[in-house]
Write a protein that binds this ligand. Structure first.
Ligand code: PAF
Length: 289
């Protein structure tokens, strides 16, 4: 595995691989790698000749109350994990090169952001699309890999790629789960024993309504009530939101049809958990496909 920190060296390496006709799979990260990231690498490894991972804690996507300085970093451990997972190029740029000074253009995401977790993270996705625009130009990937755990990020990135004609395929990688269905997250360690035993109810609630939708339920409101009540009656966690939208547009829908997302957030004492389910419905028959 080659570790590259300078933009010029990355451009040269990418040029070399492009000239040789290699396909490039890209896994952008902010480091402190976990199983979710390694699953993205595994998928990228299967579909591409070269796998590039970036590690860059992007200051632009942190709000004033989100602690950029305290974001966990461990480059040594990350390098070992990345290499073992099969990364060919690990790109670790420095902020001075990524953001060399004042810019003449600012990116502002206007759709898909004022819902779900984005409601409380003003400007977050502006920072995400800004850094990804830079990274996509530098890495020139054929495919870029994102986890469905953060479905809103995927929706926004798909919007970016579509609106600005980036020649990259966005690959949606399914959420990695514990055996009992709980979505894997570094935050799970903050759950008490009792909360951890209750937390699989989040995924159970999504599975339950998926069955209901497959059996013909078409009302988004009734799905929202059902998920909320199910979670409320089975855990001490406070339901922060349960929302249903078209996907990836993230617009409200009255009737459930096409591709939809049911997404939720539950606040426990020291951990806020999110989960979601994306369901593709045949428009005509309202059947799960
Ligand atoms: O998901 C993340 O880790 C970040 O938002 C990303 C995509 C690497 C952009 O900084």
């Amino acid at each position: 595995m080659k570790v590259i920190t300078e933009l010029k060296a990355l451009r040269e390496a990418i040029h070399h691989h492009k000239q040789s006709g290699c396909s490039i799979g890209f896994v952008p990260t902010m480091g402190f790698l976990h199983e979710g990231h390694l699953t993205l690498v595994k998928e990228a490894r299967k579909q591409n000749d070269i796998v590039v991972m970036s590690i860059f804690v992007n200051p632009l996507q942190f709000g004033p109350n989100e602690d950029f300085e305290r974001y966990p970093r461990d480059i040594e451990r990350d390098s070992i994990l990345a290499e073992n997972a099969g990364v060919d190029i690990l790109f670790i740029p420095v902020a001075e090169e990524m953001y060399p000074g004042t810019t003449s253009i600012k990116m502002n995401v206007t759709e898909r952001v004022n819902v779900l977790c984005g409601k409380k993270r003003e400007g977050h996705f502006d920072g995400v699309v800004t850094v990804l625009t830079k990274l996509f130009h530098l890495v020139q990937p054929d495919r870029a890999y994102f986890g469905l755990k953060d479905a809103q990020q995927i929706a926004v990135v798909e919007g970016l790629v579509q609106d600005y004609f980036f020649p990259v395929e966005i690959v949606r990688v399914p959420t990695v789960r514990e055996e009992d269905g709980l979505a894997k997250s570094s935050r799970n360690v903050y759950l008490s024993e009792k909360e951890r035993s209750e937390a699989p109810v989040l995924y159970e609630s999504l599975e339950k309504v998926k069955n209901k939708i497959e059996s013909g339920e078409t009302s988004g409101d009734s799905i929202i009530s059902e998920v909320t009540d199910f979670i409320h009656s089975r855990t001490s966690g406070q339901v922060e939101y349960v929302e249903v939208y078209s996907f990836p547009e993230l617009t409200p829908i009255d009737d459930l049809k096409g591709e939809i997302i049911i997404a939720l957030a539950v606040q426990y004492q020291k951990a806020r958990l999110i989960d979601n389910m994306i369901i593709s419905l045949n428009e005509e028959e309202n059947q799960h496909v």
